[in-house]
Write a protein that binds this ligand. Structure first.
Ligand code: F6R
Length: 612
């Protein structure tokens, strides 16, 4: 969702800000803007892409060594240039950028209107900047203090950065519920929603904690306190991020690059954790909690979207291998349905971004009830990684394409490792079988590489079906979450309606949809209850449906029935989702390309969903 970049230092700010906004484009946005301080405070903003902003500002004086910039994903007020950030205060002396939602903005706005303030936009952000100005003027306090007082009056979430015309060497940043990281260079500061805009300038970063206020003044050290006015010592960390991972590296789209990265991202997820020869599985971040998880009464997995699908695979794995009851919950439902949670429960939150508002709220609820909270996150230093008791990073590397691909397979990999470790502790499977699984898991990256070779074949299928309006995805057992994930990928990037279903549920409703125009994707590798899936395929063929089947290489039975088959290498049933997902990611990709869709930034979607 919204992206924030700010700079203060000796360099030209504008190119740094624009490049930073481009780096944050993956988060999803509908308008962009920048404010620069050079004598006066100038704001340039427009609806559309960052490139539209560049065109818009082309002939302006853009020289400045301090500035703030923003990409907005509309919440309050439609996406237009007035609602775009930065927002001026009424006097035009302050400019603010903000990510999050000020929930009590209507009350605050009314009070400000009564005090003579006029508003240009429909945003909650303009309320915040005027509140700060009002406090600064009426209470005659320093700007930093006005920010602190204002933030004590707002409810909701914010990551904000403020500039003041009266103090041209000052940036003030604060956060609550929305992420913010500060890069420290030599006599310079970078601020951003995540580390991607900073990584090429500095590796020294500070992740702001909840309710932190950071004051950055030219020529001085950063000064940190919280909104309760308590001084804090800045904790400077080394940023581990590879700049090459932020570029397309010769691929046409980030999504395609990330699909192809999966053999190595899965390997990275297992690195140092799986030693098949020695019979060792260990998840460093969870070592202190292994016994707690192994003896939990119940594991509750909370997540959203693709991460929720990974959670479903996790449920099958943990119940199958370690025999611990698992429930998988949509974080957005869990948080509002008064769930029964006890201190004996272990809650695992799964999130690529580590910033998903609903997942964070679900964690807060479970924490309140005394459960142990663990995280499986991709983004290092993200909010979820920081609020959980312990966790395991997926190490998939930055995922820029909005549609999650390599993060999903990395999440599943971590869940496999966890299930195997729990099975070992609980001695729920024979050692010989456990060792067999370890060796097979070790071979998975190579098999993923092989599964990736389906490129041309899938392209042909996409060409055949690119104009259809509906798709059905069916699978059973471990392949059911894969069917859900395949359908989600297709709908989010190609805008074709697609539904995922457990194959056997088809006859309880969706079978009514089947006719000659209905393509049905069967995730049908030769594992588990394969024979039953074969029967389901026959039911579709009997009604003239078009069958596209993902099968194990060498499969002859389904090949005879299906209209199209895509082969994946043979593997253990428990690991099949890591392979079967690959052709479905590719199918969605090619369909979207053929339909002329923006694959990396699909309409209306955001990479990091920081509002509920
Ligand atoms: C789908 C997708 C979303 C995310 C969901 C959760 O491709 O990207 O469904 O999976 O928004 O996001 P995280 O994993 O960041 O919590």
């Amino acid at each position: 969702m919204c992206g924030i970049v700010a700079y203060l230092g000796p360099r030209e700010a504008y190119p740094i800000l624009i490049k930073g906004l481009h780096r944050l484009e993956y988060r999803g946005y509908d308008s962009a803007g920048v404010a620069l301080l050079n004598g006066g405070l100038s704001v340039f903003k427009t609806k559309g892409r960052v490139s539209d902003l560049e065109n818009f500002a082309r002939n302006e004086n853009l020289h400045a060594t301090i500035g703030i910039a923003h990409t907005r994903w509309a919440t309050h007020g439609e996406p237009n240039s007035i609602n775009a950030h930065p927002h001026y205060s009424q006097s035009k002396k302050l400019a603010i950028i903000h990510n999050g939602i000020i929930e009590n903005y209507a009350v605050l706005k009314k009070a400000l209107i009564n005090r003579g303030y006029h508003f240009q936009s429909d945003t909650d952000t303009e309320v915040l900047v005027n509140l700060i100005e009002d406090i600064q003027i009426n209470e005659k306090v320093e700007l930093e203090e006005a920010v602190r007082i204002a933030l004590n009056q707002v409810t909701g979430a914010y990551a904000m950065v403020l500039l003041s015309e009266d103090d041209p060497d000052l940036l003030i940043a604060a956060r609550k519920g929305s992420p913010m990281v500060i890069g420290i260079g030599k006599d310079e500061f970078f601020v951003a929603s995540d580390a991607t805009p900073l990584v090429e300038y500095t590796k020294s970063v500070i992740y702001l904690s909840e309710e932190d206020v950071a004051v950055m003044r030219r020529g001085e050290q950063i000064h940190l306190k919280n909104i309760k006015n308590q001084e804090k010592n800045p904790y400077v960390q080394a940023l581990e991020m590879d700049i090459n991972k932020l570029e397309k590296g010769g691929y046409e789209h980030f999504m395609l690059k990330e699909i192809f990265e999966q053999p190595s991202s899965i390997r990275d997820s297992m690195r140092g954790r799986l030693h098949a020869e020695k019979g060792i599985v260990s998840l460093g971040g969870l070592v202190d909690y292994e016994q707690k998880i192994a003896h939990a009464k119940r594991i509750i997995i909370v997540a959203c979207g693709t991460s929720w699908h990974a959670g479903l695979v996790g449920e099958y794995l943990i119940e199958d291998l370690a025999r611990i009851p698992v429930e998988v919950e949509y974080a957005s439902e869990f948080r509002y349905r008064n769930p029964i949670i006890t201190e004996e429960d272990v809650v695992i939150a799964i999130s690529q971004s580590g910033e998903t508002a609903d997942t964070l709220a679900a964690i807060a609820l479970a924490k309140e009830k005394g459960a142990t909270i663990l995280g499986i996150c991709n983004v290092v230093g993200s909010s979820i990684a920081r609020v959980t008791d312990a966790g395991s990073y997926t190490h998939a590397g930055p995922e820029i394409g909005v549609a999650s691909t390599k993060a999903f397979t990395a999440q599943v990999t971590v869940l496999i490792l966890l299930a195997l470790r729990l099975a070992q502790i609980r001695a729920t499977i024979p050692v010989s079988r456990w060792m067999e699984l370890l060796h097979e898991l070790n071979a998975i990256p190579e098999k993923v590489d092989k599964a990736l070779q389906c490129h041309d074949q899938v392209k042909k299928i996409a060409d055949e079906f690119k104009d259809v309006r509906n798709f059905l995805y069916l699978g059973r057992g471990y392949n059911f979450p894969v069917a859900l994930e395949g359908a989600l990928k297709l709908k989010e990037i190609s805008y074709i309606h697609a539904e995922g279903y457990p194959a056997a549920e088809m006859k309880h409703g969706p079978i009514a949809l089947i006719d000659k125009d209905m393509p049905v994707v069967f995730v049908a590798p030769n594992t588990g209850i394969y024979d039953k899936v074969v029967s389901n395929i026959q039911e579709v063929k009997a009604r003239n449906g078009k069958v596209i089947a993902i099968v194990t290489e060498g499969d002859e039975t389904v090949r005879k029935m299906a209209d199209y088959v895509v082969e994946i290498p043979a593997t253990e049933e428990m690991f099949v989702s890591l392979l079967a997902t690959i052709p479905l990611q590719k199918l969605a990709y090619h369909m979207a390309i053929l339909r002329g869709c923006n694959v990396d930034q699909p309409r209306n979607l955001a990479k990091s969903v920081t509002v509920e």
